[in-house]
Design a protein around this ligand. Structure first.
Ligand code: 6V0
Length: 331
């Protein structure tokens, strides 16, 4: 022992504090961006990494461990065997094929469902009480798949959904208005992808309705401008993939933000992929993003934001598109 104990203590007398543990499956660009954001933000005591590539896995683990002197203390483990994930509080799944340039998220689905059949039952076996946080695309369909394969209750299966799209939306508006994006409140809901729905009717800047704020300034945001901004949000990922090959930093921060709300019971509202049955006239057990309150038990509730008729219609169309994909899945 390097240090002499200062007093006699029987370790069995000390009530052991439960520590937090997060698993990240898939140590590609996205998985490692999540891992490093979680570590720098001091969100967990233990981080377990899993992948099918043993060398890459060990290399990434060592590279993070070598930063120990500059980071909050955390135990970092990595293995191809899911036994190392045991008793995780949150399991983040980024494993799978990623979009190729110009490829839609939906064409990825078949490839990634087959990966999920190997991954999800293992996670559920070793961490039966964990919250599953799905990132791999198409994230809505894969969140549904994860719920089916895990048998977990709906409050503990969450997809990162439009949390990132909403950040892109808030950033574009904040940039134009020259204010902090954290003061711009607005949600993109529905599919994480082409049929997503921007909720213009409820966008506000620190409580002031955006469209009214602009009108007061003599600026008119007509339908055309609204559509153009939504298109920039939808095309945002494609543009980054075209330029650098993949997206990583924004999704990493988006996931860390979700993890913080969940593990630290922050009760913040995030647009994430949830079972939407029963909301806004959606009758299918379809997964898509709605603003959800997140805390230690997972999804605590869905915020019932009033939608305009057009927004409701578009959300229902997005739900129908996703339900059709879900029905075709072989699970
Ligand atoms: P990547 O860099 O190719 O990494 C994928 C990793 O998964 C690789 O290390 C693989 O070895 C590993 N892997 C593959 N199959 C398995 C398996 N069966 N078990 C364990 N590990 C496996 O891809 P990248 O990290 O760029 O993207 C990962 C996924 O995230 C893709 O599906 C993206 O489309 C998706 N994204 C989702 C976003 C969202 O907002 N939800 C945002 C960005 C990317």
């Amino acid at each position: 022992v390097m240090f002499e104990p200062m007093f006699e203590a029987n370790p069995s007398d000390i009530s052991i504090k439960r520590t937090s543990k997060i698993t990240v499956v898939g140590v590609g660009n996205v998985g490692m961006a999540c891992a490093q954001t979680i570590l720098t933000q001091d969100l967990t005591d233990e981080l377990a990494l899993v992948d099918i590539l043993p060398d890459k896995l060990r290399g990434e683990m060592l590279d993070l461990q070598h930063a120990a002197a500059f980071l909050p203390r955390a135990k970092i483990v990595a293995h191809t065997d899911y036994a190392i994930t045991a008793e995780s509080d949150i399991c983040i799944v980024t494993a799978g094929a990623r979009q190729r340039e110009g490829e839609s998220r939906l064409t990825l689905v078949e490839r990634n469902v087959s990966f999920f059949k190997q991954i999800i039952p293992q996670l559920a076996k070793y961490s039966p009480n964990a919250i599953l946080l799905i990132i791999a695309n198409p994230v809505d369909a894969l969140t549904y798949v994860s719920r089916r394969l895990s048998g977990f209750p709906t409050n503990r299966v969450i997809g990162s959904g439009t949390n990132l799209d909403s950040s892109r939306f808030r950033w574009i508006l904040a940039d134009r208005l020259e204010v902090n994006a954290q003061n711009v409140h607005g949600y993109i809901v529905g599919e994480h992808g082409d049929s997503s729905v921007p909720l213009w009717s409820s966008v506000n800047v620190a409580g002031v309705p955006l469209l009214q704020l602009l009108q007061n300034k003599g600026i008119h945001y007509g339908k055309h401008t609204q559509e153009e901004i939504h298109r920039m949000v939808v095309d945002g990922a494609y543009e980054v993939i075209k330029l650098k090959g993949y997206t990583s930093w924004a999704i990493g921060y988006s996931v860390a933000s979700l993890v913080k709300s969940l593990l630290r019971d922050q009760r913040r509202i995030h647009p994430v992929s949830v079972c939407a049955k029963g909301f806004y006239g959606i009758e299918d057990e379809v997964y898509l993003s709605l603003p959800a309150e997140l805390g230690r038990s997972g999804i605590i509730g869905i915020l019932n934001i009033p939608l305009s008729n057009e927004e409701t219609q578009r959300l229902q169309q997005s739900a129908n598109a996703l339900a059709q994909i879900q029905r075709k899945l072989d699970i």
